[in-house]
Ligand binder design. Structure first.
Ligand code: GLY
Length: 354
């Protein structure tokens, strides 16, 4: 698979990833290589990764607890302290080996320690490969509010080796594939249809090809608008409601926490309903999206007061302007509009579709 270029970094695939990584390390001669992992990637991915690394440089491994609830400034603070204790300098590099939490948080830590050191993302989940590790967004949550603190700084390179997917269970694999469906919904009807045909064979050559195409779609959007002043907002399709559902479930004792992709799947469905009401998404397209969502068999139900809480959470969405909730909505599958406002009553009504 050919490498993909962004303005100032590359995305490499499969074995070429390690060739490029070793070349970069040989030319940079880093004073230390810090490898950030969580307890899962330490156990399952680190032993796969290490034999690929060819270097005499000092290596230090930093392990954090796994899970979105640790994607916060306290975890960063702990890592910053460890980096300083271990003699991190501006010629050090950081390799973030893990899912979206590791690459978001590790990228932020690396971008800020000593005013910024080089970092490399090696995503080990579908979500990381097609979304979190592409495009330079790094950051952490405040409480249950997602990604409130962060920077847009690209990694030195992102390395995608689909072999790591074999360390994941079906729920995790489905979780990441939701962002792939989203890429189809905003940018390509053909890709959306291909995704609908693939089923759940996540280890096939076809799925590997779909990951590649998803990275191409995301990378093209990011290249056209790296700092999210316009079209990059489309990547947040489904996320206004989806993030609110995710944050609400994380903080609610009466609702089980959802994985990011699961909450975004519901967000995609409900925002398709809003698109059907307000931006001309046809009945046929809406029904296709509805059928897709219903097949996921997610059991979600929210009371009136839950929905009120989620509306309050939506007021913190980063796309809002003057406190007004701004949605990305679809005109049709493959075509979007940004900065859309809709009456609050319709957002409330959308939840009754679940
Ligand atoms: N995950 C959305 C973006 O990278 O813009």
């Amino acid at each position: 698979m050919d490498s993909i270029s962004n303005t100032n970094y590359h995305i490499h695939f499969q074995q070429e990833s390690y060739t490029q990584l070793n070349k970069f390390i040989a030319s940079k001669q880093p004073s230390c290589i810090f490898i950030l992992v969580d307890e899962n990637t330490m156990q399952h991915c680190y032993p796969v990764f290490m034999p690929q690394l060819e270097t005499d440089a000092r290596i230090e491994v930093i392990e954090i607890d796994a899970g979105e609830e640790f994607k916060n400034i306290e975890t960063c603070s702990g890592i910053w302290s460890v980096l300083v204790e271990l003699g991190c300098d501006r010629n050090s590099i950081m390799i973030n080996l893990g899912g979206g939490v590791i690459t978001d948080l590790g990228g932020f830590v690396a971008s800020t320690i000593k005013r910024g050191i080089s970092f490399i993302h090696i995503p080990t989940t579908v979500l990381g490969m097609v979304d979190a590790a592409i495009g330079g967004k790094n950051g952490v949550d405040i409480g249950h509010l997602k990604n409130q603190i962060g920077v847009i700084i690209p990694p030195e390179m992102t390395l995608i080796d689909s072999g790591y997917l074999r360390t994941l269970d079906k729920r995790q694999l489905l979780n990441g594939s939701i962002e792939m469906f989203k890429h189809g919904l905003i940018k390509s009807r053909d890709y959306w249809q291909e995704m609908n045909q693939i089923g759940d064979d996540y280890f096939s050559d076809e799925f590997e090809k779909l990951i590649y195409e998803s990275v191409v779609i995301k990378n093209n959007v990011v290249r056209s608008d790296p700092f999210e002043n316009g079209p990059r907002k489309a990547l947040n399709y489904g996320h206004t409601i989806g993030h609110a559902i995710e944050s609400f479930c994380l903080s609610s004792e009466s609702h089980e926490s959802l994985l990011h992709g699961e909450a975004i799947a519901a967000g995609l469905y409900l925002e398709s309903y809003l698109s059907h009401l307000h931006t001309g998404l046809s009945t046929a397209d809406f029904q296709e999206i509805e059928n897709w969502f219903k097949k996921l068999e997610m059991k979600l139900s929210f009371s009136e007061s839950d929905v009120k809480n989620m509306l309050e959470l939506m007021t913190h969405d980063k796309k809002n302007v003057n406190g007004e909730i701004r949605f990305v909505l679809l005109e049709s599958i493959g075509s979007f509009l940004t900065d859309q406002t809709v009456p609050e009553i319709d957002v409330i009504k959308s939840f009754s579709m679940l």
